[in-house]
Design a protein around this ligand. Structure first.
Ligand code: DX5
Ligand code: ZN
Length: 216
């Protein structure tokens, strides 16, 4: 089954509990949590204290996307804050295998993420070690950007590598996904869809339901 992971970055920060409950009740299975450090990406979003806090008001699956330099420094903190899955960027660390092992040591699911200019082949050496590959469809750092269509070409490439190795791995896409292009993302082979600005705002329930219909 395909999974919708609404991005908290676009939620109403004065009403996080209300927005999170609304996406979950409307049928979204994951919550995508974007952590930005002002170094790996130009912007700063939020960190462990916020995740610890919202963990108390929801049991939804926390899909944490670390856009931080040397993520290996903070795996313990994010694991203890309540992440269910931790995605980190291959471009952000020189110790990919060590970072994967650290995430596993806390019993969390592991995702590796690639930016638009990183080729699909970069993930191949790690596929047997991870639960998810996150393919960025915009340059990471900001919500509300336009999807870069060429990035979707990496999804079938990765899907083919995964199948050739006899593995079962989720492929998530993130950035600029909306009700008009989600079908193309699913057809390319993605099964976890992140959407921020196309979900939050007004009529969250209606927008989640529309996504889920198109993702069937
Ligand atoms: C971008 C983030 C995305 C972002 C998606 O750096 O990783 O998760 O919140 O937002 P939209 O769906 O508005 O492009
Ligand atoms: Zn993200």
């Amino acid at each position: 089954m395909n999974i919708l992971s609404p991005s908290l970055l676009a939620a109403d920060y004065c009403n996080l509990e209300k927005d999170i409950k609304e996406v979950q009740e409307a049928g979204a299975q994951y919550l995508h949590i974007d952590v930005m450090d002002g170094m790996f990406v130009p912007s700063i979003s939020f960190g462990m204290p916020l995740i610890t806090c919202i963990r108390k008001c929801t049991d939804i699956f926390f899909d944490v996307h670390l856009m931080i330099e040397r993520p290996e420094r903070y795996i313990k903190e994010f694991a203890e804050s309540g992440a269910d899955l931790i995605n980190f960027h291959l471009e952000a660390t020189e110790d990919v295998e060590g970072t994967i092992a650290k995430i596993r040591s806390f019993g969390k699911k592991v995702g590796i993420t690639i930016k638009p200019k990183t080729p699909a082949s970069a993930v191949e050496p790690y596929l047997h070690l991870v639960d998810m590959v996150l393919v960025m469809t915009v340059e990471p750092g900001f919500g509300g950007q336009k999807l870069i269509p060429e990035c979707l070409n990496k999804v079938p490439e990765i899907r083919n590598m995964v199948q050739a190795k006899g593995l079962d791995i989720d492929i998530e896409v993130d950035g600029g996904i909306n009700a008009d292009n989600v079908t193309a993302a699913i057809e390319a082979g993605a099964n976890v869809i992140v959407a921020g600005s196309a979900v939050f705002g007004n009529d969250i329930t209606g927008k989640v339901k529309k996504f889920l219909e198109k993702m069937q």
